[in-house]
Design a protein around this ligand. Structure first.
Ligand code: SF4
Length: 413
């Protein structure tokens, strides 16, 4: 078994834990942000309905800001107010509503899991974090803990980006906060800190603190409700590690939770010395040729061809202008030729590479790809019939395009 972490990185005093719980909950009760899923979780008497609302909001909030999520959440709950309603939706409808929120597999997996609850679990949500994680596809440890604590009152902690930051600062944890060893310690800490009688509120309070006070770049330590428990804050004030009574200092080197000896405490950074992350991997660069193909529709209004992406992989099942990944270093003339060939396959008629009009380039950053779209346009004369044997494709007006399940990158194009 791994050695227990040095005590100065732990909460070991029961009186301090009690005090921290009370202070944090009082602060949360007084000033928490009014968010639609919180209102529903506080007023809904049916635990499964609460769980569904928390689940939807938590999935949307992964990787997306609260301000953006609110509108999507409200529209989602209006359209599919229950798990049973969501289970009956089509993936196309889910993608249409999700369009613009990014990380599209989240919506797809949410719907798959809803179907599983209805068809395999007799419509009953699993009620513990362990079962939620085990039985529902796409529900990870964090989402399971959030649903179980907020909706079913299970005394289980949660660890997300906000909690990582707050706990690392509270206990001066400066080792790489994305490493499994540190993450495991933080889960242990979150599970031991969580308030036994109000676990959901406590977890939300800890996350709220990270989102509004203990923010990444300029934390508002002066108005932080738990600063008296914060060792990073004390270290900033006193310029050296806080003395912990009856506890041996970590000393230099060898401590699995201290900053590495090569990157010691930097006094100009203050509390933002914590947490520490390993350098981020650079996104890989990719180029894609895309063509906005236009025709005159039956009422004379312009229409555009959109085609559906494969059902797995990046932007699975979403619609886009006909697009083609480009090999590195391809000359412009060659780009036009391969794109013209690609368009020929979609339209079933020859397309002259010289007729493609270069419009410009659009850059879109996905989490791991720096994507450049090389955009061309082409207006086709006469009636253009699509081959139904090919992957799904359709002509849409500009308005229909915006209502379709298209990614933000395609909207930029
Ligand atoms: Fe975060 Fe500052 Fe509060 Fe410590 S005192 S928890 S660093 S805001």
């Amino acid at each position: 078994a791994p050695a227990p972490p040095p005590a100065q990185h732990l909460f070991s005093d029961p009186a301090e834990i009690e005090a921290l719980r009370g202070t944090l909950l009082a602060w949360y009760d007084k000033g928490k942000r009014d968010l639609p899923w919180r209102t529903l979780a506080a007023t809904e008497t049916d635990a499964d309905r609460r769980a569904y609302a928390v689940w939807v909001s938590e999935v949307m909030l992964q990787q997306t800001q609260v301000a953006t999520v609110i509108d999507y959440y409200n529209r989602w709950m209006q359209k599919w107010p229950t798990l049973q309603a969501l289970a009956q939706a089509s993936l196309e409808e889910v993608n249409e509503l999700w369009a613009g929120l990014g990380y599209y597999s989240r919506g797809k997996r949410l719907q798959e899991a809803a179907r599983k609850v209805v068809s395999e679990l007799a419509g009953q949500m699993p009620r513990t974090a362990e079962d939620l994680q085990k039985l529902l596809p796409g529900v990870g440890r964090y989402t399971a803990g959030a649903i179980a604590s907020i909706s079913y009152g299970q005394a289980t902690g949660v660890v997300d980006g906000n909690v990582i930051r707050v706990l690392c600062r509270l206990r001066c944890i400066g080792a790489d906060a994305s490493s499994p060893a540190v993450i495991d310690r933080l889960w242990d800490m979150a599970n031991s800190l969580v308030d036994r009688s109000r676990p959901g509120d406590f977890n939300q309070a800890l996350m709220e603190l990270g989102a509004t006070v203990c923010v990444p770049k300029a934390p508002l330590c002066g108005e932080c409700p738990v600063k008296q428990h914060c060792r990073a804050w004390r270290r900033k004030l006193f310029g050296k590690p806080a003395p912990v009574p009856d506890v041996e200092d970590c000393g230099v080197g060898g401590c699995p939770l201290c900053p590495p000896a090569t990157e010691p405490w930097d006094s100009s950074l203050g509390v933002t010395n914590f947490p520490r992350k390993a350098a981020k991997k650079q996104p890989r660069a990719a180029r894609t040729a895309t063509c906005v193909l236009e025709r005159r529709g039956c009422h004379g209004a312009p229409e555009y061809l959109i085609v559906q992406r494969p059902s797995s992989g990046l932007l699975a099942g979403l619609w886009e202008f006909p697009s083609l990944p480009l090999a590195q270093g391809l000359q412009e003339e060659k780009q036009r030729e391969v794109l013209a060939d690609h368009l020929r396959a979609w339209t079933g008629r020859p397309v002259a590479a010289g007729g493609l009009r270069f419009i410009g380039e659009v850059v879109h950053i996905f989490s791991h790809i720096h994507q450049t779209y090389v955009v061309y346009s082409l207006t086709l004369a006469g009636d253009v019939t699509l081959d139904p044997a090919l992957s799904p494709s359709r002509w849409v007006t500009e308005e229909e395009f915006h209502a379709s399940a298209v990614s933000t990158a395609m909207k930029k194009v």
